[in-house]
Every structure is written in C-alpha cells, then in structure tokens.
Design a protein around this ligand. Sequence first.
Ligand code: SF4
Ligand code: SF4
Ligand code: SF4
Length: 255
Amino acid sequence: MGTGKRIGIFKYSSCAGCQFQLFYFQHYVLETIQAVDIVYCKMLQSGGEEDGPFDLALIEGAITEQWQADQLKRIRERSELLAPIGSCAVCGGVPAIKNTAHELDAQRRVYEDISVVHSLKAHPVDHYVRVDGYVRGCPPGVRDLAELVKSLLLNKTPRFLDYSVCVECKLEEAICVLVAYQEPCMGPVTNAGCGALCPSRGRACYGCWGPMKDANAKALADRFERMGLGREEIYRRFTEFGEPTVEWKPGQVKP
Ligand code: SF4
Ligand code: SF4
Ligand code: SF4
C-alpha cells in the first residue's frame, strides 16, 4: 500500500546496475520502496508520469548529452527532493573516464561514424542542479538508499556518511593492506558507505564509492609514488571512478 509519496526514477548515461540493485538485490530497500508510489521509472514500467511532480527524484547515470541536462533541470523544478544514485550520477563514475582524453579522441575510439554522436563531457548530477544528498556506490549499498527513502517517509533530513573508508575499515577491525602489504589502497580518499568491503577481504580499495570531500589526494599520491607506482598508474587510480574531481585534485596527481 503506497503512502502517497511520489518517486520518479530517471536513467542517464550508465549501465543501469544501480536500478537493478534498487529493485532486485536489496530486500530491505524493496520493502521500503513498496511503501511509496513509483510514478515514473522506465525500467519498471512503460508510461508513467514523466513530468511529475515528485516528492523524490532518483537520478542514475552521468550527464553526457544536452537533452539530459535540460530534462534534469526540469525534474529539479518539479521535485521536493532530488538525489543522484550511484557513482556515475554522484561523481561521473565510469562514463567520466572519457574526460581524461580529448572528447573527439574518446568518441573515435568507440564509434566509426562520430557525426551522429552529440556527447558532452561527462558530469555528475550536481554539476547542473542542486541535490539533497548522495547515494554513493557502484552500485550503491543498502544503507544510503534506505536512509533516503526512510527520511522521505518520516519527513526528516537524510544523513549520509562524510568520512573515509579507512574509518569503516577500523570499525571492521580489518588489517590495513596499505601499511601491512604495501597495497595501493584508495580508502583514505574514498567516501565511506560500503563497510570497507574490499580491505576487510584483504584487497585494496579502488575508490568505487567516489571521492571523499576534502580528501588529501596529494599525500596519498605521494605515498603511492614512494611505494614504487608510476605517476601514470597513480593518475589512473584517481580517475577510475569519476573525472579528476575537485576532491581528488587532478593537478596534484597528474603525471
Ligand atoms: S554507478 Fe556503477 S552500477 Fe551504477 S550505473 Fe554507474 S556503473 Fe552502473
Ligand atoms: S586498508 Fe585501506 S581503507 Fe583500510 S585503513 Fe588501510 S588504507 Fe584505509
Ligand atoms: S572498499 Fe573501495 S572499492 Fe571496495 S566497495 Fe568499498 S569503496 Fe568500493
């Protein structure tokens, strides 16, 4: 039974994995989502009320075309709350890897005829509109999704984590793979939320939750260099999930 809260879910340049996560893999979110009315979601049903209004708009994917930016601005005007879901929407994610090359070079590597391509530099959602929170991850974890939808139902402000994966790593009592095994772990500059999934299984974090605000990218890049990584390799690690961002200060890690 719905509560009358109207949700619209929009997909831009992405693999749609975040929506799959939302609907099929997370029973907790699925139970919560049944308490709201999804009035627009192309992946779930045809038709729907594309023009809203929405109590909450969830945006998946990076913005890479002008029509997407235009529609996003219209959605913002018709939404009480709006949040990007997944790294593509939060920080540019995988689509923003192309930003590390010249736009036309990137297009030529993929398409034989680029005359039909109208692609812009890939940007996160907050490049174009104000957002009310970030549901991070590739794909997102249950915590932030549930927090957002529960906050909507309870009319409260959602609270998201604003510290690094290292904090979660300590809470999990995992061995630090950076210190103990000299693994190039991106945990110190990556926003928490995954529960330190990789380090707690003995692997280095590769940053899929996206940059943490005010991260000291230079210090970590310098540490990687002292461990023997080349600047190209370091730059690749800092641009795997999102274009070189403000938080991961490209000038400080660029070769
Ligand atoms: S964040 Fe990851 S799972 Fe979600 S759409 Fe982007 S690539 Fe796919
Ligand atoms: S393993 Fe990585 S995430 Fe964990 S404490 Fe060390 S640097 Fe931080
Ligand atoms: S530890 Fe890092 S790479 Fe692994 S899931 Fe978490 S943010 Fe992603």
